[in-house]
Design a protein around this ligand. Structure first.
Ligand SMILES: [Zn+2]
Length: 335
C-alpha cells in the first residue's frame, strides 16, 4: 500500500513537471505579460502601502522597512544584485541630502537581470519607493505615489525572471532601480546618475513609473488611458517603438497632454527620469495624473483601480521587452 501510494505520487509529480516545462518553452511575450495580474499587484501593494511602513519617509524606519521588503522580494525570486552578492543597497550618505533639516543616510535598492546577448547595454526601470512619512500622527501611505510604480517594477521583474528561467531572458540587461529621496528633491536618481553602477554611456533608456494606479478626475469618462511624458524629447525612435508596442499589445490610450512644453505642471522635470534625461539618456515617464488624494493621508491601496493598474504595468513590461530585445540599440537621435 505504501509503495503503491508513493509510486502514484511520483507519476503525478513527473506529469505535472513535464507539462509545466513544455508550457514554459512555448510561452510568448504576451504570456509573460499576463503573469502580471491585478491580484498579485494588489497583494503586494496592500503590504507595501500599509501603516507599518509609516509613509516611507527618506531615512526613517518606514523607508528602511520598505527597502527590506524590496530586497526580500528579489532574493526570493532569485534575481541578483548588481553590486555584490546579497547586497541590494546602493548607500547614500546623510550629507548628500542637503535640503533635509536633519539629514539621514538612505539607500537606493537595485536588482539586475543580465542580458543574454548584449549584457553591457542596460535598460533602467525606475520608480521611487520613498514617500512623505507622517504628520500629526497621520500616515501618508502613498499607495499610488509611488507604491504603484514600485510594485509594478516587482511584477515586471518577476515576469522577466520567468522568461530567464525558460531560456528567453532579455538580450540586453535590465537594472531595476528603486530610488529613495524623490519626494524631497529627486535625490536617489540624482545620486545614481552621479554614481552609476553601469556607465551612463551604456545606458540605453530609462522607463520611469510614478503613479499608475488611479484615474485623473479629468479622465473619469475615458479611464482607459496612461499619460506618457518625454518619450519624444531625446529619441524619436523610442517614441515610435513605444507607440508601436502599445498599438500591438495594449488597448490603452496613450495621452500626451502633459508632454506639451507649455504645460504649466512641468511634470517632465518633476520625477526621477529627469536625472537620466539631463544626461541625454532617452526616457519615458508613465503617469496617471494627480487626483484628490495626491500627497494626502488618503492615498490608500483601497482606492487603486487594479485592473487598469495591471494593464498599465503590462504595457511598461512590453515596452521594456521591446527595448531590451530589438536588434538595434535605441539612440538619442534628437540630440
Ligand atoms: Zn511620486
Amino acid at each position: 500500500m505504501k509503495v503503491l501510494f508513493i509510486t502514484a505520487l511520483t507519476i503525478l509529480a513527473v506529469g505535472c513537471n513535464s507539462a509545466q516545462t513544455n508550457k514554459g518553452k512555448n510561452m510568448s511575450r504576451e504570456d509573460y505579460a499576463n503573469t502580471i495580474t491585478s491580484a498579485e499587484l494588489k497583494t503586494h501593494l496592500y503590504e507595501f502601502a500599509s501603516d507599518e511602513m509609516q509613509g516611507r519617509m527618506t531615512g526613517e524606519k518606514g523607508q528602511k522597512l520598505a527597502a527590506e521588503y524590496l530586497r526580500n522580494f528579489y532574493q526570493d525570486q532569485g534575481i541578483a544584485s548588481p553590486i555584490e552578492e546579497n547586497n541590494y543597497y546602493q548607500n547614500i550618505p546623510a550629507e548628500y541630502f542637503r535640503r533635509m533639516k536633519e539629514p539621514k543616510s538612505s539607500e537606493n535598492v537595485v536588482a539586475f537581470i543580465k542580458g543574454s546577448e548584449k549584457p553591457d547595454e542596460i535598460i533602467v526601470l525606475s520608480a521611487h519607493y520613498d514617500h512623505v512619512g507622517m504628520e500629526n500622527g497621520e500616515i501618508f501611505n502613498g499607495a499610488d505615489d509611488d507604491g504603484s510604480g514600485t510594485i509594478a517594477m516587482l511584477e515586471i521583474a518577476e515576469a522577466f525572471q520567468q522568461a530567464v528561467k525558460n531560456g528567453k531572458g532579455p538580450k540586453r540587461s535590465i537594472l531595476f532601480l528603486h530610488v529613495t529621496g524623490e519626494e524631497i528633491g529627486l535625490y536617489g536618481s540624482k545620486y545614481y546618475t552621479e554614481n552609476p553602477i553601469f556607465p551612463l554611456a551604456n545606458t540605453v533608456a530609462n522607463l520611469n513609473t510614478d503613479m499608475i494606479g488611479r484615474i485623473d478626475p479629468d479622465k473619469k469618462d475615458t479611464p482607459n488611458y496612461i499619460y506618457l511624458i518625454g518619450s519624444d524629447k531625446l529619441s524619436q525612435e523610442l517614441h515610435d517603438v513605444s507607440e508601436a508596442v502599445a498599438e500591438k499589445y495594449s488597448d490603452l490610450e496613450l495621452d500626451y497632454k502633459f508632454n506639451d512644453e507649455n504645460d504649466p505642471n512641468r511634470f517632465y522635470y518633476r520625477s526621477d527620469h529627469y536625472n537620466f534625461a539631463k544626461n541625454n539618456i532617452p526616457i519615458i515617464f508613465y503617469f496617471n495624473g494627480v487626483h484628490e488624494d495626491y500627497h494626502k493621508p488618503t492615498d490608500t491601496p483601497d482606492k487603486i483601480e487594479y485592473d487598469l493598474y495591471a494593464k498599465r504595468t503590462q504595457l511598461i513590461f512590453q515596452t521594456a521587452w521591446e527595448v531590451a530585445n530589438r536588434e538595434e540599440r535605441i539612440t538619442a537621435d534628437k540630440l
